[in-house]
Design a protein around this ligand. Structure first.
Ligand SMILES: Cc1cc2nc3c(=O)[nH]c(=O)nc-3n(C[C@H](O)[C@H](O)[C@H](O)COP(=O)(O)OP(=O)(O)OC[C@H]3O[C@@H](n4cnc5c(N)ncnc54)[C@H](O)[C@@H]3O)c2cc1C
Length: 296
C-alpha cells in the first residue's frame, strides 16, 4: 500500500513528490510525459529557470528527486480510480494495479485546438495563449487577439503594454460597445469578418486569412482555445467542478482537497491560474495538506 499516488509527473506533480519524498512517505508518481507547454521551445516567468526549455526544467526536477528513495516513478497512464480514502485502487493502462491511501491529481489540462487551418501548427510558437509567458519575445511586433468571449477584451488591454500595433480579430462575433469604444480610444484595430485560417510556414504565422478573402499581416496571435482535463477522473469520481471562461477545473478547498475525501488536485487541472510557478506552488501545498492528513 502506497501512502500517496500522484497522477501526473510534471510541474505540479514533481513539486508534490518532492515534499512527500522529503517526508519519507511511500509515493508513486505516474506520468505519460506530455506536459502542456511541450509545444513551446522556452518557458518564461519562472524564477531561476527563465528562458529554459520546459523539458530541461522538468529533467532537473526529476534529477533532484532521485535522492528521495521512497519516491517511485512509473511511465504509465492511470486509467481508473476506485475505492475510498485510505484504500484507493488505481488501475493502469498497462494492466497494473496500485493501492494507495491518498491520491493527488496533477494530470493537467488539454488545450482543444479549434478547427482553423494553421492554428495547431503555430500553437506555442506564434499562436500564443499568455502575454506573460511569451509577450516579451514578440514585443513591439504586429500582434493580434483572436476574440472568443468578453474576456478577450482583457487580453487586448494587457497586450497594449507589449505593442503599439495591435489588431483584434472579432471572427464574426458581436463586439460589446464599451470594448469597441476602448479600441478606438487606444488605436487598436478591429477586424470584424470571420477568420478562415492562419497563414504560416513551420509554425511561424505571417498573416490571418479572413473568410472574405483578405489577408491581414501579423507576427503573433494571442488566442484562448477551450480546454478540458487531460483525463476523465472528474467524471469517474463525479468530482465537483468549477466553470471557467474556457472550460472547467476541479474544485478544491483551501487544503487542495477535492469533493472526494482523500483525493487532492493541483496545477492546471485544479486552478484557473495556470502557469508553472502556480502549478509548483499548488503541488507543494497539496502535498503538505495530504501529508498532514496521513498523520495519526
Ligand atoms: C504553449 C504553452 C506555453 C506555455 N508557456 C509557459 C511559460 O512560459 N511559463 C509558464 O509559467 N507557463 C507556461 N505555460 C503553462 C504551463 O504549461 C502549465 O501551467 C503547466 O504545464 C501546468 O503544470 P501541471 O503540472 O499542472 O500540468 P502539465 O505540465 O500539463 O503536466 C501534466 C502531466 O500529467 C500527465 N498525465 C496526463 N494524464 C495522465 C494519466 N492519466 N496518467 C498519468 N499521467 C498523466 C501528462 O503527460 C503530463 O506530463 C504554457 C502553456 C502552453 C500551452
Amino acid at each position: 500500500m502506497q501512502d500517496v499516488v500522484i497522477i501526473g509527473g510534471s510541474f505540479a506533480g514533481l513539486s508534490a513528490a518532492l515534499q512527500l519524498g522529503r517526508a519519507r512517505r511511500k509515493v508513486t508518481v505516474l506520468d505519460t510525459g506530455s506536459p502542456r507547454n511541450r509545444f513551446a521551445s522556452h518557458a518564461h516567468g519562472i524564477l531561476g529557470h527563465d528562458g529554459k526549455p520546459p523539458a530541461e526544467i522538468l529533467a532537473e526536477g526529476r534529477a533532484q528527486l532521485e535522492i528521495y528513495r521512497s519516491v517511485e516513478f512509473r511511465t504509465a497512464a492511470a486509467q481508473t480510480i476506485g475505492g475510498e480514502k485510505d484504500d484507493f485502487i488505481i488501475a493502469l493502462a498497462d494492466g497494473g494495479l496500485i493501492r494507495t491511501r491518498r491520491i493527488i491529481l496533477t494530470h493537467g489540462i488539454t488545450d482543444i485546438m479549434p478547427d482553423m487551418p494553421g492554428f495547431a501548427a503555430c500553437w506555442g510558437k506564434s499562436v500564443l495563449h499568455c502575454p506573460y509567458c511569451h509577450g516579451f519575445e514578440v514585443a513591439d511586433r504586429r500582434l493580434g487577439v483572436l476574440y472568443f468571449a468578453p474576456i478577450s477584451a482583457h487580453v487586448a488591454a494587457m497586450l497594449t503594454d507589449w505593442t503599439g500595433d495591435l489588431t483584434v480579430f472579432a471572427d464574426g462575433l458581436p463586439i460589446e460597445p464599451d470594448f469597441r469604444a476602448w479600441m478606438v480610444r487606444k488605436g487598436v484595430k478591429l477586424v470584424e469578418p470571420k477568420v478562415a485560417g492562419v497563414v504560416q510556414q513551420n509554425g511561424q504565422l505571417s498573416a490571418i486569412a479572413l473568410a472574405d478573402g483578405q489577408e491581414i499581416g501579423l507576427d503573433a496571435l494571442f488566442a484562448g482555445p477551450r480546454q478540458r482535463p487531460s483525463a476523465d477522473f472528474h467524471i469517474q469520481l463525479a468530482l465537483q467542478m468549477d466553470p471557467t471562461p474556457i472550460g472547467e477545473v476541479i474544485h478544491v478547498n483551501e487544503m487542495f482537497e477535492t469533493s472526494v475525501p482523500g483525493i487532492y488536485a493541483a496545477g492546471d487541472v485544479g486552478s484557473m491560474r495556470q502557469n508553472v510557478p502556480n502549478a509548483m506552488a499548488g503541488g507543494n501545498l497539496a502535498s503538505v495538506a495530504c501529508h498532514n492528513s496521513l498523520l495519526d
